[in-house]
Design a protein around this ligand. Sequence first.
Ligand code: AMP
Length: 379
Amino acid sequence: MSRAILPGATIGMLGSGQLGRMFAIAARRLGYRVHVFSPDSDSPTGHVADLEVQANYDDLDAVAAFAQQVDVVSFEFENVHAATIDAVERFAPVHPAGRVLYTAQQRVREKTFLRSAGIPVSPFRIIQTREDLEQVTEEELPGVLKTAAWGYDGKGQVKVESLADLESAWNEIDNAEAVLERFVHFELELSVVAARGHDGELAFYGPMENRHHNHILDVSVTPFNLAPAVAEEAREIARKIMTELDVIGVLCVEFFLANDGKLLVNELAPRPHNSGHLTVDAHLSCQFEQQVRTICGLPLGSAQQKRPAAMVNLLGDLWQDGEPNWSAALAESNLKMHLYGKREARVGRKMGHMTVLADTPEEAVERALAARRSLTARG
Ligand code: AMP
């Protein structure tokens, strides 16, 4: 095992949104210094970092200079080009490694890896040319056509009902390289957040049940009503992915629980995940602390959950009629409020989240939703 990077050292973070912010808070609590590389100034991570370096990811000289000032580097979103990671890796270790990012950031590579590792996924076909499109048969539909690169929160996805729709669906995504996957009739969506250290030690959070609204995560809750054998299978699949990809760091596996009871992996995020935000308040060590510990080569913390918990996202939509009524939500005494310090509230933009701990998961969801409604209740 390589030597641990101990408190007092400097960690570099590529990306400056809320995931970087919560990472930086966890790192500073453990006594590390944090430098953030950010395309923007005054960023959510910059607010809590020791240093914010403002430059573009394709400015490889700036990336190299950044890497020379830190002891280890991680990232908070997957749309970082390989060349940027290569430039960092010349001067500082990056965790998870560039090859993990390379696999997880592009759907064709991600799904090909999952299928070849024997992980259950919805059947899919790779679409690179018009000929590939012509091979599609009726049995493969309905399906979802997803661009291979740079998709998130349902962007770059088109539902395809019949062969007649295929051509226009592909045009809609600019005839880009894509994956056509079978539409999954699912009971619910769930995720497992996994952490893996330098010596292969593993910790798991969840499964969390995730409810989406307009393709954006809306509510996460754990535990929830799921057969223990299925929950164990989800963690086992996460274990297999972490081991096969030799991940050092944190990675989220998103699943469908199909109507026939089968678990299917939807996608991977090689970083802490929105569905793991509730771990900050509900677990002994949160996903961000595990990210710090794993990338620095320290032992993992306990992932034990303290109480049932629910998280609700706060999108910019809540600001449409003025500043939300923070006092109303904070009157819920079991609630923990997290705001990301973003100055501009746009529709669909993640501005913060709230987590409620309660005696039961149902009560946690109910109280979290009530608190969110109170933010915009008038009169
Ligand atoms: P993704 O960006 O792949 O996570 O997809 C965003 C959301 O679209 C998912 O959380 C699902 O709600 C829905 N979705 C994606 N793929 C499928 C599929 N193959 N079948 C049914 N729904 C899907």
